[in-house]
Design a protein around this ligand. Sequence first.
Ligand code: COA
Length: 181
Amino acid sequence: MTTDEGVWLRPLRRDDAGGVLAAFRSNADMARQGDVTTPADAERYVENLLAPASAHRPWAVATGDGLAGLVCVSVDAKNRNGWFSYWMATAARGHGWMRRAAATVADWALTDGGLERLELGHRVNNPASGAVARAAGFVKEGTERAKFLVDGRRIDVDTYGRLRTDPPPRYEPLPMRGGAR
Ligand SMILES: CC(C)(COP(=O)(O)OP(=O)(O)OC[C@H]1O[C@@H](n2cnc3c(N)ncnc32)[C@H](O)[C@@H]1OP(=O)(O)O)[C@@H](O)C(=O)NCCC(=O)NCCS
């Protein structure tokens, strides 16, 4: 069994494709995180994040059992902004690991990562994502009304931002092993 001490962050690797596929297969709610249903899709997903000129800075949430989740900062270098996203495989959810992972990566992005603003959005019917965002120091900035069409219903999206100058959250960081690209 994985304990809290057995969870850490490290840069995503090409050999994580199998873990990505397992995570996407673990829950129907992963469908909105990308188009991954086959091994080839998973390899493409990872390749896209790791491409040499890519703006993505993907951090794996790792455990002794393998890839548990992902926190990714997609950099808009011109504005020193980052789009923030995250997901967790179903079996690894509910331990508070994503709250800690998101807070750790957000702090990294706004210090060593050189960014000045992070932003994200989540569907209002996905309250766990909002809890993670607030735990990582993000502040709700607004609501994009009826932004997405999901199963025939238009769904609002809450938008969040965190500035380098915002007060950092209080949390227990996860260890970061290995530097980002
Ligand atoms: C969002 C996601 C990453 C959360 O992962 P997780 O492992 O549950 O996260 P944590 O355990 O670190 O924390 C979850 C928080 O959400 C809360 N939460 C979970 N389900 C909830 C619900 N239905 N309603 C309200 N809060 C909820 C938990 O209580 C916890 O907050 P707390 O510590 O203040 O109690 C995970 O559900 C996921 O991967 N979803 C699919 C992908 C996704 O939606 N990504 C975000 C896109 S914007």
